[in-house]
Design a protein around this ligand. Structure first.
Ligand code: NCD
Length: 324
C-alpha cells in the first residue's frame, strides 16, 4: 500500500524516477506504447482493474491516474463525490467499503476528506491486511494529512532539474502559504528527511503551523518558520507555493487578495529571486499566481510539474502492479 511518504524511502523514489525517465524516453514511439500496454495483465492475460474513489474534487490527480492506468493497459472505474454517491452517504465506513471492493479489484486509489472518519486511508490499508484482500490501496490525498504521489512528482521534478544539489542535500527550500493544511507540503517534508536540505523556510502566517504529528516527524530538518516571504526570497533555490485551503477552515481571516499579497508571486518577489531558482505549485492556484505566470517567467514550472504527474504515476503503478 502507499499511504504515506514514509512508504517511499529515497532508494525506492530513485527507482521510480529512473523508471519515469525511461518511460518518457520511449513513450512517443509505437513500440514503447505497445510494450507499456502489456504491463497491467493478470495471470489469465486479463487487464488489471482499479477503482478510483474520490471524496474531494480533483483534476490533475484523477486524470493522471486514469491516463496512467489506461496507458499501461489496465482498466478503471471512477466514483467522484464518493461521500455523496456511494454508500458512504448512508453512513457506511471505509472498512466496510474496502472489504467489499477489495475482493473485486487489484488497486483502490482513494482521495478522502477524513471528515466523518479520521485516517481513512490507513484504515482501508489495514483492512486489506486484516482480511487478506489482494487489492492495494494508494493515497491520492487524505484530508489535510498527506499526498504521497504528489510528493513523488514534486521530488521527481526537482530531481530532474537540480539533481546534484538535490541529492547532496544542498538546496534551500521555501514552502509558502498554507503550511497547516497543505498535504503536499506535509509529504514533501517527510521526503526531504531522506534527501536533506541546506535550509527549509516555512513561510506563513504566525498562526498557520505544521500539524503536531509532523513537527515531531521533521524535528531533524533545518526548518525555520517565518512570516515574511520577501525576507528570504533571495535565498531560495526552490519555492513551493500553495493556495489557501479555505474549505478546511470554517472561519478564515484570509481574504484571498491579502493572502496573494503576502504569500503570492508578486512582482516584488519575482524581482529579488535567484536567476537559478525554480518555483513549484501543486495546483490549483488561487490569486497567489496570476494566469500565464509560466509564460512570463520560465522559472515557474508548475505545468512541467503537473505533466510529470502522468509519467511518475505510470512508473509507480508499473512498479507496484506490473507483470514483471
Ligand atoms: C493539491 C491537493 O489536492 O492536495 N492538488 C493536487 O493534488 N495537485 C493541492 C490543493 O488542493 O491545493
Amino acid at each position: 500500500h502507499l499511504i504515506s511518504a514514509k512508504n517511499l524511502p529515497k532508494v525506492i523514489q530513485e527507482i521510480i524516477f529512473e523508471e519515469t525517465n525511461k518511460i518518457k524516453s520511449f513513450y512517443d514511439t509505437c513500440e514503447g506504447r505497445r510494450s507499456l500496454q502489456k504491463t497491467l495483465r493478470d495471470k489469465f492475460g486479463e487487464p488489471l482493474f482499479f477503482r478510483l474513489l474520490f471524496w474531494e474534487p480533483s483534476l490533475r490527480t484523477v486524470c493522471s491516474f486514469q491516463d496512467a492506468i489506461r496507458a499501461l493497459g489496465g482498466e478503471y472505474e471512477t466514483t467522484q463525490h464518493a461521500g455523496k454517491f456511494s454508500s458512504a452517504a448512508k453512513g457506511e465506513k471505509i472498512i466496510a467499503t474496502t472489504r467489499i471492493l477489495g475482493k473485486r479489484c487489484d488497486g483502490i486509489i482513494i482521495r478522502h476528506d477524513n471528515k466523518k472518519e479520521q485516517n481513512a486511508l490507513k484504515k482501508s490499508a489495514d483492512t486489506c491486511e486484516a482480511y487478506n484482500l489482494k487489492t492495494k490501496i494508494i493515497n491520492a490525498g487524505d484530508g489535510a494529512n498527506e499526498h504521497p504521489t504528489q510528493m513523488l512528482l514534486d521530488m521527481c521534478t526537482i530531481w530532474s532539474l537540480k539533481k546534484h544539489e538535490f541529492l547532496s542535500g544542498n538546496l534551500t527550500y521555501g514552502f509558502i502559504g498554507d503550511i497547516e493544511h497543505s498535504r503536499t507540503i506535509h509529504s514533501n517534508l517527510i521526503a526531504l528527511k531522506d534527501y536533506g536540505a541546506k535550509k527549509i523556510y516555512l513561510i506563513s502566517e504566525e498562526n498557520n503551523n505544521l500539524p503536531d504529528w509532523l513537527v515531531n516527524e521533521t524535528k531533524d530538518l533545518p526548518i525555520e518558520k517565518i512570516a515574511y516571504l520577501l525576507e528570504v526570497a533571495p535565498e531560495l533555490d526552490i519555492g513551493y507555493f500553495t493556495r489557501y485551503q479555505s474549505e478546511r477552515k470554517s472561519q478564515s481571516k484570509y481574504d484571498s487578495a491579502y493572502y496573494a499579497e503576502k504569500f503570492g508571486a508578486t512582482d516584488e518577489f519575482i524581482g529579488i529571486t535567484k536567476e537559478s531558482a525554480f518555483f513549484l505549485h501543486p495546483l490549483p492556484h488561487g490569486k497567489e499566481y496570476r494566469e500565464h505566470l509560466d509564460l512570463l517567467d520560465p522559472r515557474f514550472i508548475h505545468h512541467q510539474q503537473a505533466d510529470n504527474g502522468f509519467y511518475v504515476r505510470m512508473a509507480l503503478i508499473k512498479l507496484m502492479f506490473g507483470r514483471e
